[in-house]
Structure formats: structure tokens, C-alpha cells
Design a protein around this ligand. Structure first.
Ligand code: HEC
Length: 102
């Protein structure tokens, strides 16, 4: 029992901060994703609307989390990334986490 506790404590201590954090990690990632969504760098809002829920020239993202699994959504979210791979996968992942909240 004691050994198990030590093992768990060690696991938590060595886990990435997002895993060890007591708060729901998805929430803070999605908040960051919302910021990135409308940032100058990504500019998704220019075509998908200010929040992504309303859409524009591009489709609305309402309910998109039910339409695609994580891999498919990551692929589609990258459609506007330059071919040089300028979209940081971590930042794109945060945007996808945000889109899933819509
Ligand atoms: C220049 C305009 C434009 C920009 C900027 C843009 N998109 Fe799009 N997006 C579109 C259009 C048009 C479509 C629909 C046609 C298609 O799938 O390519 C689309 C489709 C999508 C889809 C698939 C939606 C579905 O229901 O199948 C996702 C996901 C998406 N965009 C995410 C993003 C994200 C995330 C960004 C920012 C990193 C972004 N888009 C930036 C125009 C844009």
C-alpha cells in the first residue's frame, strides 16, 4: 500500500504539468485555444466568425466535436497552415480543444 502511494506520488511528480494539475486541464487549454483562434497568427476568425460558432465564409464549428474524432479534427484545423508547418501542433491542439467546446 505504501509502495503504491509512493509510486503514484512519483508518477504525479514526473508527469507533465497538465496531467498533474488538479484543475480540469482541458478548460485552460480551451481558453488558450480561444485566444489563439482569433489571434493575428492563426486568424481562423477571419473566415469562421469571431467565435467560430457563427461561421462566415467558412463553416460554423457548432457541434464539430461530435462530427470528427481528434485526428480528423486536427487535420481539418490545419487546412489553413502554411506548408512550411508554421502551425505549432501544440497551439493547434489548443484551438481544437476550444472548437470542441462549441
Ligand atoms: C481563408 C479563410 C479560412 C481561414 C483563415 C480558416 N479557414 Fe477553416 N475553412 C474555410 C473554408 C472555406 C472551409 C470549408 C471548406 C474546407 O473544408 O476546406 C473550412 C473548413 C474548416 C474545417 C472543417 C469544418 C467541417 O465542418 O468540416 C475546420 C475544422 C477548419 N476549417 C478549421 C480552421 C481553423 C482552426 C483555422 C485557423 C487555424 C481556419 N480554419 C482558418 C476557410 C478558412
Amino acid at each position: 500500500m505504501k509502495k503504491t502511494l509512493v509510486a503514484i506520488a512519483l508518477l504525479l511528480a514526473t508527469a507533465p504539468p497538465a496531467l498533474a494539475a488538479p484543475a480540469d486541464p482541458d478548460t485552460s487549454i480551451a481558453v488558450e485555444g480561444k485566444r489563439l483562434y482569433a489571434s493575428q497568427k492563426f486568424g481562423c476568425h477571419r473566415c469562421h466568425g469571431p467565435t467560430g460558432a457563427e461561421g462566415g465564409m467558412g463553416p460554423s464549428f457548432t457541434g464539430i466535436g461530435k462530427k470528427y474524432d481528434q485526428t480528423a479534427l486536427m487535420e481539418r484545423a490545419a487546412h489553413n497552415c502554411p506548408p512550411t508547418g508554421a502551425c505549432d501542433p501544440k497551439q493547434l491542439g489548443a484551438i481544437v480543444a476550444y472548437l470542441r467546446t462549441l
